[in-house]
Ligand binder design. Structure first.
Ligand code: AMP
Ligand code: MG
Length: 409
């Protein structure tokens, strides 16, 4: 670690991005496994392997509304079939044993025993109790064969999968009313600053609308982290100390915004240390978000103190906080999304550069259109962006086509 530091052009007081990342991951807890009703698992992480309850599909399943016939009758020359009965979905299977007979069948029904071909309604004429074929069928058509997808006992999902729409379908189909998942951590998002005024309050010319906590909250939720409480505190050391202590008791992850720079009102690092939150690092070799502070409470809770500028706080959230929490929830790591720069970007300081981008698909190539803000207070530049790309330190120019990691908002 020392060697890497000395060889790099990064100032010694700043933590390189990759080291900051590694230190956060090392210091995160492992969130425990709980048994949870399927109603409440969307967005969390599966902690058990899931196996097929039955063959999939569990019976020869009719795939079209129409009639079911015996293909051998067609081969023998039959074109008109007598309707022997009906086979709707949800009813036990009937038996087709009459020669030149058929069953009216509905999508999702069990294929009547003896039938091996389904003719859709569009390809038959029904007169009284007979159906006449208008087109040539194929043996086995429109039948979803039993066990043709999976056999009973086959693995369908493995532990570490994040539960979204497809996983919910699979879990419900496997009869898993209760599932082993990661208990979702709770978050306190605390903004600080005397100049900040909430959205519905009258505002004076020297004041600023408070926005970060809402941006951080919405971004956490978009990443499936739903249990978020917001708070706002003035730059008053006693108040900060008392309320942060309470949040440390009540929630699993603390995310603060503002008050971590060098100003006289930037009390956060000092107060956190007084509350027994041990600093892991302060300041990362990056732009924006250089003043970020990270520490761990006595009982192992991570505390992310992010700089107050809106662009910085959001960048630090998607680059560090969300990936670290997903990791701590035992989510299987997925491949990084990479994108290609649509134009050359120049950047002088020897820092990692996080640039907001808009993603566009250019004839099959996923391109990132840089939308650099004027500075990290220029939140308006974030409109229409999809996330940030990471341009590693060590060069001054990133040419068009340069491949970079994407972190979505
Ligand atoms: P700080 O990190 O506290 O020095 O704040 C840096 C800049 O970000 C200042 O201009 C603040 O007014 C602004 N800022 C801090 N917190 C917020 C917030 N919650 N919403 C909007 N702007 C903020
Ligand atoms: Mg401040």
């Amino acid at each position: 670690m020392q060697m890497a530091r000395r060889q790099s052009t990064i100032p010694a007081s700043l933590m390189p991005v990759a080291e900051a990342d590694a230190l956060i991951c090392e210091n995160m807890p492992v969130y425990p496994q709980i048994s949870c009703s399927l109603d409440a698992v969307s967005g969390t992480v599966l902690r058990e392997d899931i196996f097929a309850e039955r063959d999939e599909p569990p019976f020869d399943r009719v795939m079209m509304d129409g009639i079911a016939i015996r293909y051998s009758d067609w081969l023998r020359g039959d074109r008109t079939f007598r309707i022997c009965g009906e086979q709707p979905a949800g009813r036990p299977g009937e038996v087709l044993d009459a020669e030149s007979g058929c069953f009216e069948v509905m999508t999702g029904a069990v294929l009547p025993t003896g039938a091996d071909c389904v003719i859709p309604l569009e390809q038959i004429d029904i007169v009284d109790d007979s159906a006449t074929l208008k087109a040539e069928p194929k043996r086995g058509q429109f039948i979803h064969q039993r066990a043709s997808d999976r056999r009973a006992g086959d693995e369908l999902l493995s532990a570490g999968t994040v539960i979204g729409g497809p996983e919910m379908i699979i879990l419900a189909s496997a009869g898993k009313g209760t599932v082993a998942v990661t208990r979702r951590p709770s978050f306190s998002v605390i903004s600080t600053g005397d100049e900040l005024v909430d959205v519905d309050q009258p505002i004076e010319s020297h004041q600023i609308r408070r926005s970060n906590d809402r941006g951080l909250d919405a971004t956490l939720k978009r990443h499936g982290l739903e249990d978020v409480r917001r708070d706002h505190l003035r730059d008053d050391p006693d108040l900060l100390s008392e309320r942060i202590a309470q949040h440390l008791k009540d929630t699993d992850v603390l995310i603060l915004s503002g008050g971590v720079s060098m100003g006289r009102c930037d009390h956060i690092p000092q107060i956190l240390q007084e509350l027994g939150v041990e600093v892991v690092f302060h300041k990362i070799a990056q732009k924006p978000g250089k003043p970020m502070w990270f520490g761990v409470s006595r009982d192992g809770k991570p505390v992310f103190a992010l700089p107050g500028n809106p662009v910085s706080s959001l960048v630090c959230l998607v680059r560090y906080v969300i990936p670290a929490v997903c990791d701590a929830m035992q989510a299987r790591s997925t491949e990084f999304e990479t994108v290609r720069l649509s134009e050359t970007v120049r950047f002088r300081p020897s820092l990692t550069y996080f640039v907001p981008v808009r993603i566009r698909n250019n004839d099959g190539v996923v391109e990132a259109l840089p939308r650099p803000p004027q500075n990290s207070g220029d939140f308006a530049a974030l409109a229409g962006t999809d996330g940030i790309i990471e341009l590693p330190e060590g060069r001054n120019e990133y040419p068009r086509g340069f491949s970079a990691r994407l972190y979505r908002w």
